[in-house]
Design a protein around this ligand. Structure first.
Ligand code: ADP
Length: 617
């Protein structure tokens, strides 16, 4: 049995656990891949949006250049230059104000007399446009051709070898053109947002750590430059400046015919943003999952793909910087339901846990059932073998006696009449024992195959018990037993099969005789009981060794013998009590066993009585 259990553990349990472990690993890998794909997908979405915004600005700039050429390029430039600040906003609605400046730094328009807006513009920009002071401008370090490492490296490289990096403000492309003006990056800046992609948890432990630090560094590097340095030989450009912590966006264009004249515009940022509304739209397939946003340099959303959406603006799922045209502005994607990722991961984890627990439990239970049923089968097989040898023994013993005594009588070797009678009694008793055994075996096989039939009819149980006791008395007394009967005088009628009920009594009395040991006292009692239901009780009491503790119920199982034939020397088939109980139950009653105070056991047959049972004298 231990071997079977060992084989089960090795062949079923261990491989199942290994399989379960593999399943968990593969699911974790799947989850990891899914999360990575999601991060990449949303990163691609924000990259595309950032590029679309930058492209739209470049397109706007071309439109501005065309508008400028049409306003001042065809007429007398110096005359047109004086009115450019007022004419431009009418021609090109994104402009708040137009300006004109010569390469030498003379501002042709606007004049301070043009109004408050012109005065504010001149205050902010005249020093810078007049080449008298530098201003902080922005360039995209990731576009650098000279150094492609992190912005920090670029900064260090430039500090060591300055002036090295050169920019053309149109698109901020850094070139190594010797004619281009040089300027110095000032510092590395931290991004306004921290993308969380892959940090939303998950069973794969994807990105459980903080995002890598270089992710938080802005690719848009500020640098100090003069206006003349900035424009170099280029014809168009855009320039972003932060004044009083507010972003100002300037476009400029050099006239084709008069390259020393430069016209520009300060853009109305609100209108620029508004013109990009159509760009900030999530793909319909992703609309339910993410909200796209255009964030300004304070990480405040200026455009949203889902109006009314609110999220942790500084920690989007994915984000991309727009570029040097809108420094520190970001195209960002937010998960509409950030908890969904964690929830999905938890659900997968919980489902797996439950499945594995169920699997292990099922395997455990299955193994237990197999072992138990194997053990039961083995026990039954052993009991059947014992049964065959017990029955053979039981058949042989009476047959030997019968043969021996009948031969002696037949050969006339016994002349004494008393002895003859005694021998005849032995032959009768042994024949009765044989009959009992054969009856039990036959009845058992009939019951097992469901062929046993009872003839139920009203019968006097007192009469059945008395007759059985009388037939048993001579045998018992001949063997030295004190047999006491305490039976009622009145007949107690039950509905039953008289022969079957007599067989129950015979089996109980026969057991009392077999297991009585040294104290040969047997008592047979019968009485009516009124509660809980009207019933009649027949008790067979002995003073033997009693039923071993723990076997009180098992002795009613087929083939079970608490007193083994070999060790106890008491012959038996293990069927007597099985039959007794089955017959009692077929009558709606029961046979039970109790230990008797003072030693011995009491076997009790209880049968139900119909409510109005007639008791007659
Ligand atoms: P058997 O042919 O072995 O007697 P039974 O079904 O009649 O088969 O009894 C089953 C077992 O119950 C017996 O082997 C014996 O161990 C126990 N038993 C039955 N009657 C008594 C009794 N009066 N006293 C003690 N043990 C008993």
């Amino acid at each position: 049995m231990r071997k079977v259990a060992l084989v089960l553990v090795v062949a079923v349990f261990v491989p199942s656990l290994a399989l379960a472990w593999l399943a968990i690993r593969s699911l974790q890998d799947q989850q990891f891949l899914l999360e990575r794909q999601q991060v990449l997908l949303y990163q691609h979405v924000t990259d595309t949006l950032a590029k679309a915004v930058a492209d739209r600005l470049a397109q706007e700039q071309q439109e501005f250049s065309a508008a400028t050429e049409s306003l001042v390029g065809t007429n007398d430039a110096s005359v047109a230059a004086a009115q450019f600040d007022r004419q431009l906003p009418a021609r090109w609605p994104l402009a708040d104000l137009g300006f004109g400046v010569t390469l030498a730094g003379n501002i042709t328009c606007p004049l301070p007399s043009a109004g408050l807006a012109a005065q504010r513009f001149l205050l902010d920009n005249s020093g810078f446009l007049g080449n008298r002071e530098t201003c902080e401008v922005y360039w995209n370090a990731s576009n650098s051709k000279t150094v492609t490492a992190t912005p920090l490296n670029i900064l260090l490289a430039n500090q060591a070898q300055s002036p090295l990096l050169k920019t053309a403000a149109n698109g901020g492309t850094v070139t190594d053109n010797a004619a281009a003006p040089n300027y110095l990056p000032t510092k590395v800046q931290i991004r306004t947002v921290t993308p969380q992609g892959g940090n939303y948890g998950g069973i794969g432990g994807v990105g459980q750590s903080a995002p890598p630090p270089e992710n938080n560094l802005s690719k848009i590097v500020p640098a100090e430059a003069e206006f003349r340095q900035l424009i170099g030989d280029e014809t168009d450009g855009m320039l972003a400046r932060f004044l009083q912590n507010k972003l100002r966006l300037l476009f400029w264009h050099r006239l084709n015919q008069q390259p020393d004249l430069i016209f520009g515009a300060e853009l109305n940022l609100a209108r620029v943003v508004d013109s990009m509304r159509d760009l900030v739209q999530a793909d319909p397939a992703l609309h339910g999952d993410i909200c796209l946003a255009l964030l300004d340099d304070h990480a405040k959303p200026v455009l949203l793909s889902r109006p009314g959406f609110s999220g942790a603006w500084k920690t989007p799922f994915a984000a991309t910087e727009i570029g040097e045209a809108l420094p520190h502005w970001e195209a960002a994607a937010y998960l509409v339901d950030p908890a969904q990722l964690t929830r999905t991961a938890c659900t997968v984890e919980a489902t797996l846990g439950v499945l594995i627990a169920v699997l292990v439990l099922a395997i455990g239970m299955g193994s237990l059932l197999i072992v138990r049923s194997l053990r039961a089968e083995l026990t039954l097989a052993r009991q059947k073998t014992d049964f065959v040898s017990n029955v053979s023994h039981e058949l042989k013993t009476p047959l030997t006696s019968i043969r021996m005594f009948s031969e002696m009588l037949a050969e006339g070797r016994v002349r004494d009449a008393d002895k003859q009678r005694s021998y005849l009694n032995i032959i009768t008793a042994e024949a009765a024992r044989l009959t009992r055994l054969i009856n039990n075996v036959l009845d058992f096989s009939r019951m097992e195959s469901g062929e046993k039939q009872y003839h139920f009819q009203p019968c006097d149980l007192t009469g059945v018990v008395r007759t059985t006791a009388q037939s048993f008395r001579p045998h018992l007394e001949a063997n030295g037993f004190t047999f006491t009967c305490d039976l009622p005088d009145l007949a107690i009628t039950v509905r039953g099969d008289a022969d079957a009920l007599a067989q129950v009594l015979v089996n109980l009395l026969s057991n009392a005789e077999k297991y009585s040991g040294g104290r040969k006292e047997i008592t047979l009692e019968m009485a009516r009981r009124g509660s809980p239901l009207p019933m009649v009780e027949v008790r067979v009491l002995d003073r033997g060794s009693g039923v071993p503790p723990g076997s009180e119920e098992k002795i009613f199982e087929k083939f079970y013998r608490a007193h083994d034939s070999l060790s106890s020397g008491i012959p038996g088939s293990g069927l007597g009590l099985t039959l007794a109980r089955q017959i009692a139950r077929a009558h709606g009653g029961e046979v039970t066993c109790e230990a008797r105070p003072g030693g011995g056991s009491a076997f009790i047959l209880r049968l139900p009585l119909p409510p109005a049972t007639a008791t007659t004298a």
